[in-house]
Design a protein around this ligand. Structure first.
Ligand SMILES: Cc1cc2nc3c(=O)[nH]c(=O)nc-3n(C[C@H](O)[C@H](O)[C@H](O)COP(=O)(O)OP(=O)(O)OC[C@H]3O[C@@H](n4cnc5c(N)ncnc54)[C@H](O)[C@@H]3O)c2cc1C
Length: 428
């Protein structure tokens, strides 16, 4: 009997640099690619937000569609299911006589709990769930320290990792795949089937960041070799003026961080080192850092008190002010403009995120977790470790206490609005 492996795609929606897929192909005769639209991802939260808002839902549908098209080009497809993985996968294992299930393990609690549930149920069927960890630039096993000893201070993590660890080459993109025979591969859900309570009309024109591996690779290429990227050969450009906008593709795994790194090294060989290359590598290191910190500390980042040893800070429970912040109706025109940008595009630059978050926490004195939950709903690039890790640091309850002193609202206003356009509006 031929050996069949079920490849459970999650936040790894790509064919390039995908160790899980390469391994599954090496160890099987046929694979069954599966993606589950888990209903829990689209539910309301206890913070009066929705876990996944329309902008990211749309991006997710596009990304799965992109993967489907790539697999169809190789003569197969991906089975699309709406349901909880722990209910869906054991059934598929039975139905298709699957020998093993492969997946990428995540670091945040809800995602790892789903893995554990699936693993326990498969175990009863005597089927192994194999874990891969493929989301970071540096592999966990290549770090110069075990997870429990990773420095909490970002600067130390960066210094030691860059000095003592290497970035592995990318895994080769498969050119041939044998697929399990499936009668009906299932339809992609539509946006209005998944997105609840939202004005879908308002976002459907925001097509700038489109989901999928092809879109990601094209964007990366253009950024590095044409237009904006090349225009940045001007070394006088200041920090925070360059944004790659790669984050959404990185978050869903349409793009691998190693692919970004090696493509950047190629570009560097052609054009020389550009200041923005270092900034992107720095961003990827921050991304790794938060993922490893989540692995080290688990749920602490989701708690309002975080890592703080101080008594609980007193916040105001002012719902109208929180709602004004969300909808861009505060007394601060710059904050308003940025919140409207977030609500309509799902994207803000790092400095802009820091600015609106600092305003919520330090000027409006509202509990940071409400802001983090709102970002979770709205961001097109939401990633649990990056979002909750950055928010916790900004609110002064992160694990690297050195980071918390840099969030000064007026300083951030000068970075985001250097010409003072919004400040003038405030005075007018
Ligand atoms: C309050 C707050 C919440 C945030 N939430 C998220 C989130 O949910 N998802 C997310 O990807 N980023 C988050 N960030 C980090 C950062 O703002 C975005 O990654 C960045 O703005 C994306 O733009 P870019 O792709 O042009 O980044 P670039 O500057 O081009 O950086 C390249 C890549 O590095 C990563 N990166 C850069 N900065 C950071 C950082 N500080 N922390 C973690 N990763 C980083 C991103 O994947 C990014 O695409 C948050 C920052 C703040 C202050």
């Amino acid at each position: 009997m031929s050996k069949k492996i079920l490849v459970w795609f999650r936040n790894d929606l790509r064919l390039h640099d995908n160790e899980m897929l390469v391994e599954a192909l090496a160890k099987s005769d046929e694979i069954l690619p599966v993606f589950c639209f888990d209903p829990r991802q689209f539910e309301p939260t206890s913070y009066q937000t929705i876990k996944t808002g329309s902008i990211r839902t749309k991006f997710l549908i596009e990304s799965v569609k992109g993967l489907r098209e790539a697999l169809q080009a190789l003569g197969g497809d991906i089975l699309i299911v709406q349901g909880k993985p722990e209910e869906v996968l054991p059934e598929l294992v039975n139905q298709y006589e699957i020998a093993e299930v492969y997946h990428h393990r995540e670091v945040a609690s809800e995602e790892t709990e789903v893995s554990t549930l699936v693993e326990d149920l498969l175990w009863k069927q005597k089927v192994n769930l194999r874990h891969f960890i493929g989301h970071t630039l540096y592999n966990k096993e290549d770090l110069p320290f075990p997870i429990k000893d990773i420095p909490d201070v970002f600067a130390q993590f960066k210094k030691k990792t860059e000095r003592d660890a290497i970035v592995k080459p990318c895994f080769v993109t498969p050119q041939q795949i044998s697929f399990v025979n499936v009668e009906a591969w299932g339809d992609l859900p539509t946006l209005d089937q998944l997105a609840i309570n939202e004005n879908i009309e308002a976002i459907t024109t925001q097509d700038e960041i489109i989901g999928g591996e092809n879109e990601a690779l094209t964007h990366l290429h253009e950024f590095l070799h044409t237009g904006e990227g090349m225009a940045l050969s001007n070394t006088s450009l200041k920090k925070n003026t360059i944004i790659s906008k790669l984050s959404a593709w990185l978050a869903l795994g349409c793009l691998s961080p190693r692919e970004v790194y090696w493509k950047m090294k190629d570009a560097e060989a052609n054009y020389g080192l550009k200041p923005y290359f270092n900034q992107i590598i720095l961003g990827l290191l921050w991304r790794d850092y938060f993922r490893f910190m989540f692995k080290k500390y688990g749920n602490t980042f989701f708690k309002p008190k975080g890592f703080s040893l101080q008594p609980n800070k007193k916040y105001d429970l002012d719902t109208p002010l929180l709602n004004a912040w969300k909808s861009g109706n505060t007394a601060q025109p710059l904050v308003n403009s940025l919140m409207i940008e977030l609500n309509t595009t799902g994207y803000l630059s790092n400095a802009a995120r820091q600015l609106v978050a600092t305003y919520l926490v330090y000027e409006l004195n509202i509990k940071w977790v409400y802001g983090a939950a709102y970002f979770e709903e709205k961001l097109i690039d939401y990633a649990p470790a990056s979002n909750w890790g950055n928010w916790a640091n900004l609110a002064g309850v992160g694990n690297d206490l050195r980071l918390t002193t840099s969030f000064d609202f007026q300083k951030l206003v000068k970075i985001v609005d250097p010409k003072g356009i919004y400040t003038q509006e405030l005075r007018a």
